[in-house]
Design a protein around this ligand. Structure first.
Ligand code: AMP
Ligand code: ZN
Length: 138
């Protein structure tokens, strides 16, 4: 296993700090977020310490997302949620605090007053979009 001794999620994996585990197998772990955005807010992690999306190997990512799907369905059924956000922060600018790759499952209820992706009212000019496309694809 790849491990970082200073990482809080690695400590959760080795059970040196407690957590409320929803699902565990040899490669992945799902546990309740200690500062939940909503009831049932869950974190899913690989047991190997990969810092972000760019570090986690494709096969580990796909196995992790099988667990994300399984736990999402479980939460959907058991908590009778109306929906859920799957959210994943990479790097500090995007709000990543714990540098051990993880996926948030955030249960949502109709009109729950929680966050919504902010969509600006101002539509981009076609030339701006073309310019960005050129930069990314060149
Ligand atoms: P992020 O901002 O994507 O890095 O999110 C890290 C998440 O980990 C936050 O939602 C925290 O509430 C959660 N978290 C941090 N420490 C713990 C812990 N000991 N047990 C459960 N969740 C935690
Ligand atoms: Zn870690």
């Amino acid at each position: 296993m790849i491990k970082d001794d200073k990482c809080i999620f690695c400590k959760i994996i080795e059970k040196s700090i407690p957590s409320k585990i929803l699902f565990e197998n040899d490669k992945n772990l799902a546990f309740l977020d200690i500062f939940p955005v909503s009831k049932g807010h869950t974190i899913v992690i690989p047991k190997n310490h990969y810092k972000n999306l760019e570090e986690i190997p494709n096969n580990a990512l796909s196995e992790l997302f099988e667990i994300v799907k399984k736990v999402s369905i479980l939460i959907h059924k058991k908590l009778k949620v109306d929906g859920y956000n799957i959210l994943q922060n990479n790097f500090r600018a995007a709000g990543q605090v714990v540098n051990h790759y993880h996926v948030h499952i955030i249960p949502r209820w109709n009109e729950d007053g929680k966050f919504k992706l902010y969509i600006p009212k101002k539509q981009a000019k076609e030339e701006e979009l073309n310019q960005i496309l050129r930069i990314i694809k060149e």
